[in-house]
Design a protein around this ligand. Structure first.
Ligand SMILES: Cc1cc2nc3c(=O)[nH]c(=O)nc-3n(C[C@H](O)[C@H](O)[C@H](O)COP(=O)(O)O)c2cc1C
Length: 227
């Protein structure tokens, strides 16, 4: 008999999915997950759909003083690029990873193969969500953030990443103090369509924000075109 689960009714999981929330960093505190709990998080994160078994992601764990060491890198690079930076900002840079007892970086590393890069990137998104859910399911709050440190080439190099690596997220994980508040969720009627040839499709365009612009027709992301 297989121990795999392909379907198993669970009112608890459904309720949880329908009410799940990220946890703001000011509500996050110690303790973080124990080693066995971290392993569960990583096993769940790497147990996601992955077309062609490309393994297009990997994980970096920042615990204990590794968080402060990373902070030294953020601070030094911030100062180099912002020589006029005030001490409060520099302190903030040094403490970035100290905002939670555990930070897991999930890195999207696409591989050469016959399947589209897009699908490998989607697999990283799935890994990120499974990672979050496995942390939540063990009683921890999670916040999936990127911030400038995810996109700065010097920070990435200093952490050991190369040009093929993209930070899909820094997952801040810890115990929760206080109660998260709800935020708006998209109205299903604006994003769901029961398709039929003559039915207008609800594309969620209500949510387009003028200030952010949107890709012109024919847009191709340089990211997706990478070798
Ligand atoms: C790839 C990715 C990167 C994100 N980066 C940030 C970020 O840098 N700063 C931020 O405030 N929220 C960021 N978010 C949003 C938060 O993780 C979170 O989703 C949001 O606050 C809503 O929380 P919810 O999980 O309760 O829906 C990011 C989300 C994703 C998927």
């Amino acid at each position: 008999m297989s121990n795999l689960i392909a379907a198993k009714p669970s009112a608890e999981i459904l309720d949880y999915l329908l009410r799940r929330r990220s946890v703001k960093l000011d509500l996050m505190t110690a303790p973080g997950p124990e080693p066995a709990q971290i392993e569960n998080i990583l096993r769940a994160a790497s147990r996601v759909p992955d077309h062609g078994r490309m393994c297009p992601w990997y994980f970096l764990i920042f615990e204990g003083d590794a968080r402060a060491k990373a902070g030294e890198i953020f601070q030094a690079i911030y100062l180099q690029k912002n020589p006029e930076a005030d001490p409060a900002q520099l302190d903030k840079e040094a403490k970035r990873f100290l905002r939670a007892p555990l930070v897991i970086a999930m890195i999207s590393r696409t591989r050469k193969g016959k399947n589209p890069l897009w699908e490998q990137i989607l697999s990283a998104g799935a890994a990120g969500m499974n990672l979050s859910l496995a942390a939540h399911a063990q009683g921890f709050g999670v916040n999936w953030l990127t911030e400038w440190i995810a996109y700065d080439a010097d920070v990435k190099a200093a952490l050991g990443l190369d040009a093929r690596d993209h930070v899909a997220g820094f997952f801040y994980i810890g115990s929760i103090q206080g109660q998260p508040e709800e935020r708006d969720r998209p109205d299903l009627s604006s994003i769901v369509t029961h398709w039929h040839p003559d039915v207008k499709i609800n594309k969620g365009d209500l949510h387009d924000q003028e200030k952010m612009g949107f890709p012109p027709v024919g847009f191709k992301s340089a990211f997706l075109d990478e070798p």
